[in-house]
Design a protein. Sequence first.
Length: 177
Amino acid sequence: EPTSPFADYAQKALRNIDQNAQQTNGSTPAPVENAGNPGVPTVVIPRTNAPSPLTPNRTTPGSERVYVPVYQIPSNLYPPGTGVAPLPNLGASKRPSKSKPKPSIAKAPNVSRKLVGVLDQGERSVALFETNGITQRYEIGESISSSGWTLVEVTKDQAIIRRNGEVRSLFVGHSFQ
């Protein structure tokens, strides 16, 4: 029967396992025959009381405490509009004041837009709007700066704009918000 090096290795490993089992039972170690590889020396490893690296650690649960630090997220990492409330001071007690502070509401800047001119050229018609002293040209279907209004139609001396279903007709010189 032909033997392969792997089969010889497996036989040797099984003999070593048997030898280790006999050592744990109190019997004396038996010499391992090295029939497969006569040139390879046989090493007998004495048993120690240390756990093998393959056995699980048998410490009792909860016997070791581990400190895990918890840090507060820096305020610059919060999304805009959210703030970090400071922790309440539990040592000092204050009576609530009778006057409530008024919340400050930021108002949008009042930007005035004014129709200063129109160029009626059919499908290529444009309207000229002045915003904060700057005149800009807008084509039909284009949104008028950041106002939300869209230029819908241009005729002789007027422009028709629309926002959220509301339609306005502006003549040259008229302003809108």
